[in-house]
Ligand binder design. Structure first.
Ligand SMILES: C=C(O[C@@H]1C=C(C(=O)O)C=C[C@H]1O)C(=O)O
Length: 365
């Protein structure tokens, strides 16, 4: 008699056997990779070099994407390899990353997307706390939100760069998708909806259609809303899919935001410089003298060098009323000749120029 598996489909047997053998090879290879990473770690430690090298990580991911002929989608490749790289760092030294908490916020999700889950994440109460932890060398990296495609800049993050000496070493784009979570099983049991005011505003149409007239209760974060939903009979929260897992809530509806183009950009802050990857961005902060045409003359070298300016934002200066600071993002790395030239020129024209960092361009959803 032919061997049969639990489904009684004998033709699956050889294929399942082939999968078992493939898995054993994958397992052996991943462990081999970790052993190599451990050796690299020992050399880096001997030379006093940091464990994390974002430029090298990017090169590894780019090479694999280039080699990938499918059927594995690039998105899956990135997810798998982000975890393999996280494990390759962890075997050298556990990595400590602080983020704007609480747990299961979108900043937490962005941090996990970038660093992989095999990283030690600590939720911190405020954006200032994240900057301070990195500034005071209590943690090598932090993750903070910097702008949202619908709401604009996160001013506090921009302002903190005026005072802090942290360096930007990465950017993360995350689509903001809201779910309706509850300890109840169905929508008709819901009597109150909790969430952050911005999340409630972003789901206004869905709420009007599906939960008209229901009490809305504002919370300090979407995670706090999830916590309220756990403890309130008839309560539901608008929160992330991660919050459903963390707070063990049912997802009564997913993707309930009115716009499908709501994306938040986050920054990874640290203290080390990131080497060029070939697709980088440089962030600068500058102040200009109060004379006619000053901003124009500062920006002119950017176009003269053929550089792409991908962002320009102004903020009031903390030290003088009615004076402004400008944040500019350019395509390219500080080590690229055109960027260096532009910055040198800016230094002659501005009252102050601060290099906030050069880092790999993040993958846009
Ligand atoms: C293994 C290394 O350490 C870390 C892990 C990497 C990886 O898993 O490929 C790459 C760079 C470092 O962040 C290395 O420096 O090569």
């Amino acid at each position: 008699m032919k061997p049969s598996n639990k489904n009684g489909l004998p033709e699956l047997e050889p294929l399942r056997q082939a999968i078992n053998e493939t898995d054993q090879k994958i397992l052996a290879l991943v462990n081999e990779r970790l052993d190599i990473a451990r050796k690299i770690g020992a050399i880096k430690q001997g030379k006093g070099l940091p464990v994390v090298d974002f430029s090298r990580e990017r090169a590894v991911l780019n090479k694999l994407q280039e080699l990938n002929e499918g059927p594995m989608p690039d998105e899956t490749l990135l997810l798998l390899y982000t975890e393999i790289i996280a494990a390759s760092r962890r075997i050298q030294q556990p990595l400590e990353v602080g983020y704007l908490g609480p747990k299961a916020t979108f900043t937490h999700m962005a941090a996990m997307k970038h660093f992989g889950r095999s990283t030690n994440f600590t939720p911190l109460a405020t954006i200032s706390d994240v900057f301070e932890e990195v500034d005071k060398r209590r943690r090598p990296f932090g993750v903070v939100p910097v702008e949202n495609s619908m709401e604009g800049a996160v001013n506090l993050t921009l302002d903190l760069f005026q005072e802090s000496d942290v360096r930007i070493c990465g950017e993360i784009y995350l689509p903001i998708r809201h779910d309706l979570l509850s300890a109840e099983d169905s929508l008709d049991q819901i009597m109150v909806v909790f969430s952050h005011p911005q999340a409630i505003a972003q789901c206004r149409k869905w709420l009007g259609k599906n939960l008209p007239g229901i009490l809305q209760n504002q919370c300090s974060s979407t995670s706090e809303a999830a916590r309220m939903a756990v403890n309130t009979p008839g309560g539901a929260a608008i929160a992330s899919s991660e919050a459903a897992i963390t707070y063990e809530l049912n997802t009564l509806a997913d993707n309930i935001q009115d716009s499908t183009t709501n994306i938040t950009r986050f920054l990874v802050i640290g203290r080390d410089k990131v080497q060029p990857t070939g697709r980088d961005k440089t962030s600068l902060l500058f102040a200009i003298p109060h004379i006619p045409g000053a901003l124009h003359s500062v920006l002119q070298p950017i176009s003269e060098e053929g550089l792409n300016m991908v962002k320009l934002e102004s903020r009031p200066s903390k030290s003088a009323s009615w004076h402004y600071l400008f944040f500019v993002d350019l395509e390219g790395h500080m080590k690229d000749e055109p960027v260096k030239k532009v910055v040198d020129k800016m230094r002659t024209l501005c009252s102050f120029v601060k290099w906030l960092g050069s880092y790999p361009v993040g993958d846009r959803p």
